[in-house]
Design a binder for this molecule. Structure first.
Ligand code: BGC
Length: 854
């Protein structure tokens, strides 16, 4: 290539055409972050020349990360280290940042354009922090509502995930930042995530769990992929030949970087030979002591190492990381534009599930006094917990959002309604104190140090103990005497990697063992007046330090009297309930039941005021059975990011017409979810104490194998195939206006493999502007194999003024009609009859047409 100015290949793409003549006035060579250039022979040659200058040791050094969030540098070839950050809902790793409605909230928008805007905003936020790799998006399927990271992922449907992930990735990468699609693959539970071996057949993987990854690679051209912690059909993801070599780098032609999740590598040679390019956060296994002898003995080829280094360099050159600063002075960590994107996302994602008697929208002129009650009313709940948790700039809570919208004349009454968890621990009156036996061992053996303490609580603020203290085991023994008859809440919580077992009157409580992190656990005990129960807790700290608390309180006493007084005198009440970053977080599964005390709070408030509107936060469905019939309105807020409170207020008071649609089926109970029977190995629960466990069955935690016996029957595929109905179907969401679908047109016959256009009209038949999501489902009644009754194969978000009609055309490609043929090992269309259905949810498809594929 003719390169007279001696600029690097990338620089030539970074500057405007006029600047190829830098002597022209007004032309300065500013090398700002920008979209990557495609791979080219010149880039390949440059990367190869760099590899050739490295020794084998130096090449191996590049295969591991450093300082938790960086690739390694290679000073001998002038290669600096490059910076990473989590993740899907905001650039969280490097200080405060904009917290968006990402993950499941993005999926609830059903808006491809918004996915691109979100990706661009994340890319800009990354550049403002000199971040080269964004460690998102996460696209694992929401198979079960209790999976602890659903909130970071998208939906239960592979088509919806694929459709959103492509513009999202394009948006991030257009800003000169590498997106990392994760967690590859079948990481559909947080429970025991390092050890779980997912056993799934190929058709299930191809049709349900892999399409979003495939689309990210083949259509979104993502430049990094992150392997998950779990095993898949017997091999950890980081050494899984089928996933990494056959599919990702083989069939899908991935040329980018395959990195491990943090500490998800288990065998250096196996990982090196099975596709892993970069071990994060450091080279614990893919390092010189392991790989040098392996290369010498021939068990790992040097060309395999070279290929990994080439992938790193190729990406870094294509993005110009070596020739321009990643920091772009046009962007700042605090971003007004980002705030607007965060507000848009929150507005678009809020999903109205119930609105009996049209109680919503509330009329600000008629609501003189409003009570805002609940643990999620204040402070703002912007996201779930774990590595995605963003320290948001100025998050707006539901309380402040409502107060801001109503203005200074409004009477806004606030009560948290429930105590804080540490208060429950501290207020518990154990009879005669608590015996604490601290053993020098991990298994309650040896001579314990004993003490008597007032309570079981070392919860806060000592979260991380001194590093020089080895973990011990501790047995707490205490007695509790019930003052009055009725239901008592037994509440326990520990730190992330701790585990504990609770024994009441000699019987271990169901689910009372903790592996690899746990959200607070709770049980309800039915006690007689004067009954004394003996509570023993066997606690194993995962880290040095003690981070455990337990309390036992009369359930009705939890609810603060002022909450009920406020509710009684208000014109309307908003109860802000749901999960938060302490009750739904990475590293643990969550309960299906709402967090402790909330059901009782909703019931008590609803009894005091019939105009009670419930908002919930969470990554999916939750148990509404005890209270939904008692309240007229339910708004699902997902995790709406830092502007969520403003958007919730706008929807409640009709300043924004709700437009979110469920990206997951909303089950009534955990047990009715189609994965429930296969999710945890269940052992018999001892219920003789009248114990109600908090949303999950008792579990044998030493599971290595999880067989996905639910196969293709995930979410609405199960509900529509069985003809049963969840509480709210996938795709459902109410609006303050009404829509009509008409004039479906589809060809009566078409050739297999051709593109099939399907068109129809959507009309806003109400009196308010609003948005509808037109959803297209395909059925294959004449297939040779059994297929789900219907599958989403197209959708379009349509914004309509009152009375307006828009004509929508959706082009169905061959995949829309195909299934994975296990015998032929390929995508197959069985010619014959198909049905296309169009409507506003998986269960409401007023239009349908038959077509025959020849
Ligand atoms: C998570 C990843 C995350 C990484 C770095 C891991 O625990 O599973 O999703 O990107 O940490 O923070």
């Amino acid at each position: 290539m003719n390169n007279p100015l001696n600029l690097s290949i990338h620089s030539l793409f970074s500057i405007g055409i006029a600047c190829l003549l830098p002597m022209l006035p007004g032309c300065a060579l500013t090398l700002t972050a920008q979209a990557p250039v495609p791979d080219s022979p010149a880039i390949e040659a440059q990367a190869r020349a760099m590899v050739a200058k490295l020794t084998l040791e130096q090449k191996i050094e590049l295969l591991g990360g450093v300082d938790s969030m960086f690739t390694r540098s290679a000073p001998s070839i002038g290669l600096p280290r490059f910076k990473m950050s989590d993740a899907s809902v905001g650039v969280r790793t490097w200080g405060p940042s904009t917290a968006y409605a990402g993950g499941v909230a993005l999926a609830a928008t059903w808006d491809k354009d918004f996915a691109r805007k979100l990706g661009e905003a994340l890319g800009r936020d990354a550049r403002a922090r000199s971040v080269n790799f964004l460690l998102g998006p996460g696209v694992n399927i929401a198979r079960s509502p209790v999976s602890g990271r659903n909130f970071e992922y998208l939906s239960e449907d592979p088509f919806l995930n694929s459709a959103l992930v492509v513009p999202y990735i394009e948006g991030v990468q257009s800003q000169g930042v590498i997106a990392t699609v994760k967690h590859f693959a079948l990481n559909n539970q947080e429970f025991n995530r390092h050890n779980t071996d997912v056993e799934a057949d190929e058709r299930t993987m191809r049709e349900i769990y892999l399409p979003a990854f495939e689309a990210a690679v083949t259509k979104g051209h993502v430049d990094a992929v992150m392997d998950s912690y779990n095993l898949i059909n017997g091999a950890h993801a980081t050494q899984n030949e089928f996933l990494n070599l056959k599919l990702l780098k083989g069939e899908w032609g991935f040329q980018g970087i395959l990195m491990s999740d943090w500490d998800a590598t288990y065998d250096g040679v196996a990982a090196a030979n099975n596709g892993l390019d970069l071990e994060m956060p450091w080279a614990r296994f893919m390092n010189a002591p392991t790989l040098l002898p392996a290369v010498k003995s021939g068990s790992v080829k040097e060309s395999t190492i070279d290929d990994k280094v080439m992938r790193l360099l190729r990406a870094e050159l294509r993005y110009g990381f070596t020739t321009r600063p990643q920091f772009d002075p046009a962007d700042s960590t605090y971003s007004v534009a980002g705030r607007a994107v965060a507000l848009d996302g929150a507005r678009e994602s809020l999903t109205l599930l119930k609105n009996e008697g049209q109680i919503l929208p509330l009329d600000p002129a008629r609501i003189k006094t409003i009570a805002v009650i609940g643990p999620n009313a204040y402070p703002a709940v912007t996201g779930g917990g774990g590595s995605s948790t963003v320290q948001a700039f100025e998050p707006v809570s539901i309380l402040t959002g409502i107060a801001n919208l109503l203005g200074p004349d409004a009477h806004v009454l606030y009560s948290r309604g429930l105590p804080d968890m540490p208060d429950v621990f501290q207020q518990t009156r154990w009879q005669g104190g608590v015996e604490v036996a601290t053993y020098p061992s991990r298994d309650f053996t040896g001579a314990p140090e004993t003490a008597t303490e007032g309570g079981i609580t070392k919860w806060s603020p000592e979260w991380w103990g001194p590093a020089d203290k080895a973990p011990r085991s501790i047995r707490y023994s205490a007695a509790f005497k019930a003052g009055k008859a009725g239901k008592y809440l037994l509440l326990g919580a520990s730190a992330g990697n701790d585990s504990y077992k609770v024994i009441v009157d000699g019987r271990a409580l169901p689910n009372a063992v903790n592996v690899e992190g746990q959200t607070p656990q709770f049980w309800t005990l039915d006690l007689a007046a004067g009954q004394t129960v003996k509570v023993v807790v066997e606690y194993l700290p995962g880290f040095a330090g003690i981070h455990f608390g337990m309390g036992l309180v009369y359930q009705a006493d939890l609810i603060s009297p002022e909450a009920i007084e406020f509710a009684a005198k208000a014109d309307a009440v908003v109860v802000a309930a749901g999960f938060s970053n302490t009750s739904e977080a990475e590293g643990a599964d969550r309960t299906f039941a709402l967090p402790w005390g909330q059901e009782a709070l909703i019931q008590a408030v609803a009894a005091a005021n019939p105009h009670t509107i419930v908002t919930v936060t969470g990554g999916g469905a939750m148990d509404t059975r005890s209270w939904l019939g008692k309240v007229p309105a339910l708004l699902h807020a997902w995790y709406p990011g830092q502007e969520g409170g403003t958007a919730v207020a706008e929807v409640l008071f009709g300043k924004h017409n709700p437009e979110g649609k469920l990206p997951v089926s909303f089950d009534r109970s955990w047990e009715e979810n189609p994965s429930a029977a296969y999710y945890y190995p269940v052992k018999g629960a001892d219920t003789s104490l009248h114990v109600t466990e908090s949303g999950r069955p008792a579990v044998d935690y030493v599971i290595p194998h999880l067989k996905y016996g639910d196969k293709l029957m995930v979410g609405y595929r199960y509900w529509t195939t069985t003809g049963k109905h969840p509480l709210f179907p996938f795709g459902f969401g109410l609006s303050y206006t009404t829509f009509k679908f008409a004039n479906l047109q589809a060809p009566a016959t078409a050739a297999s493999g051709s593109t099939v256009p399907v068109s129809f009209d959507v009309t806003n038949t109400g009196s308010l502007a609003g948005a509808e999501v037109a959803q297209l489902y395909v059925s294959d009644p004449s297939a040779k194999v059994s297929r789900p009754e219907r599958e989403l194969k197209g959708f379009e978000k349509v914004r309509l003024a009152p009375g307006e009609t828009k004509h929508v055309t959706i082009n169905l490609d061959d995949r829309a009609f195909s299934y994975w043929d296990e015998a032929a090992h390929k995508w197959t269309i069985d010619p014959g009859k198909f049905v296309v259905r169009v409507g506003d949810s998986s269960e409401s498809t007023p239009l349908s047409a038959e077509l025959t594929l020849k």
